[in-house]
Write a protein that binds this ligand. Structure first.
Ligand SMILES: Nc1ncnc2c1ncn2[C@@H]1O[C@H](COP(=O)(O)OP(=O)(O)OP(=O)(O)O)[C@@H](O)[C@H]1O
Ligand SMILES: [Mg+2]
Length: 239
């Protein structure tokens, strides 16, 4: 499927920073004058909102500056459980073709599209038919950004995700360590965090960017540390 330009943001698991990374990419590109669309196949957990961060589809929609939250995703569910279980509990089937169609409609309205996955790479979106986050990434065929935690345990998680993506012939644009200690705080990166950045880059021969600890209002500033120009092609290279 021809998806136009964009990135697919997956992660080493749930709660690792996919939404913060994806929304920062959107906000950073919007701040540079690009029209960007955001897509998320399924949002679960509407019944359990976070106090600091909006729900994924709300955060992404706000970052685009033009989408309504309801345009970002075709499927929302209340319980904070895996998409296939949430759908089953609601007696709904998640239709892979609907996901591809909705993505295509959004991509046609923007210069660049950012798709956030759900949980980790092998999370099932549907059991029957079998269709995982990885299957969606393969169908969209966009370069993939892998969000990962900066601290202890992230090397193995990141290697597993990147190895699997590459074994499926997907291009890994970068790993982004999200929640990196901020330059402006007295909270310097730890030896473990610094080593993780270096080790992941060396072992996987991949670009490793960091996204500082940020807030919903500061996403465009935080995105300054991401190699957005190469992702959108402003440097003549592009994806
Ligand atoms: N760069 C960051 N700055 C500040 N907080 C962050 C950052 N990255 C991650 N977090 C924290 O981690 C939490 C989880 O991040 P996020 O919601 O982006 O994860 P996710 O991978 O999208 O999770 P899900 O699987 O539920 O979609 C955030 O609510 C926030 O508290
Ligand atoms: Mg998320």
């Amino acid at each position: 499927m021809a998806s136009g330009r964009g990135v697919f943001v997956t992660g080493t698991g749930t709660g690792v920073g996919k939404s913060v990374v994806a929304a920062s990419i959107v906000a950073g590109l919007v701040a540079r004058g690009h029209r960007v669309a955001a897509f998320k196949p399924v949002v679960t957990g509407l019944d359990e909102p976070d106090e600091t961060w909006p729900m994924d589809h709300e955060l992404l929609a706000a970052a685009t500056g033009w989408q309504a939250a309801s345009d970002v995703t075709p499927y929302t569910f209340g319980p904070a459980v895996s998409p296939h279980l949430a759908a089953q509990m609601a007696n709904v089937s998640i239709d892979p073709n609907r996901l591809l169609e909705d993505f295509g409609e959004l991509a046609a309205q923007a210069e660049f599209t950012v798709c956030e996955g759900v949980g980790g790479l092998l999370v099932p979106l549907s059991i029957d038919p079998p269709f995982s986050v990885l299957d969606l990434a393969k169908r969209l065929a966009l370069p993939v950004v892998v969000a990962a935690r900066p601290g202890l345990g992230t090397i193995s998680d990141t290697r597993l995700a990147v190895d699997r993506l590459r074994s499926e012939a997907l291009e890994v644009a970068a790993v982004v360590l999200s929640g990196w200690p901020s330059n402006t705080s007295s909270d310097d990166p730890s030896a473990v965090e610094l080593s993780n950045r270096e080790t992941i880059s060396r072992l996987l021969n991949v670009e490793v960017a960091v996204l500082e600890r940020t807030s919903p209002d500061e996403l465009a500033n935080a995105a300054e540390s991401l190699p957005l120009a190469s992702w959108i092609g402003d440097d003549g290279r592009g994806l």
